[in-house]
Design a protein around this ligand. Sequence first.
Ligand SMILES: Nc1nc2c(c(=O)[nH]1)N[C@H]1C(S)=C(S)[C@@H](COP(=O)(O)O)O[C@H]1N2
Ligand SMILES: [Mo]
Length: 319
Amino acid sequence: MLIRVPFPHEPQASEITPHRVWDKRRDLIRVAAASMALPFASGPANGQTGKATLKLAAVPGPYPTTDKPTSYRDVTTYNNFYEFGLDKSDPLENAQGLRTRPWSVEIAGEAEVTGRFTLEDILKPHALEERVYRFRCVEAWSRVVPWLGLPLGDLLKRFRPTSRAKFVEFTTLLDPRQMPGQRSGVLDWPYVEGLRIDEAVHPLSLLVVGLYGRWLPNQSGAPLRLIVPWKYGFKSIKSIVRIRFTERQPRTSWNQMAPDEYGFYANVNPAVDHPRWSQAKERRIGANFLAPRIDTLPFNGYAAEVAGLYRGLDLRRFY
Ligand SMILES: Nc1nc2c(c(=O)[nH]1)N[C@H]1C(S)=C(S)[C@@H](COP(=O)(O)O)O[C@H]1N2
Ligand SMILES: [Mo]
């Protein structure tokens, strides 16, 4: 049976209240954030990652935005990660015990190279980049984050996808003992997302391992997540354990649950409303509470880079 849950829902007063509290603390937070926001940060993984052998060092990559980044605190205390609960504060509270080392990713499907790869295997050949991207949730909040990661296409190429690989499917860890949200039926677990292969190898698509010069905290999708900045946030799947090349369009979690509300494409589009609310504007998290909402831009501001991927596609039908 399909249970309709109030997600992604319109922002409610109860969500706004904590922001006022955070806003008051923002000056303190800014000091803390400044000391950790080293654009070329390098050093061993911090305590949470155990005996990681990889160091986090990044160079600035292309596609920066001039928008002011949201504070580290706002980015890591207000999250969507249903495996750890439905409230925005639940992932911070419930994800701390998730074991993210050792970690491995299975590569499967239409590719010459398949099998299981450790996180170290995945990351080692790549240079990490820091990219400041806008990120917009379907629930009409947005933020600006200095992500650390590698271009997804660079990784995918290593597995030599065959000519039959038209899509890429991504799957999150399934482990109800570690992920209490998976003991409830809000979604058909595990969380699955997918991209057309040309979207996946587009240079904007980033496989993310960190933010603000640090390894990803668990609530942000450690140790490996996607960031697809021109699509609504739900496409940016967290804690990935499997990448599969497919000939057919994969079944994705939110699309399967409510196909009339969450399309496979999910390109940010102010002209196509969600059936239950407008998508024309957004609230920048961390901005002054009284600041007016800002206009949402087509493809979240990345139209110049990605609109060409959808030439000839009716974006009202393929939302
Ligand atoms: N596995 C998994 N990935 C997920 C989600 C989730 O519930 N589970 N939520 C998605 C949604 S709706 C959003 S808006 C972003 C939120 O990412 P953030 O918490 O880092 O801002 O993660 C996406 N990735
Ligand atoms: Mo979202």
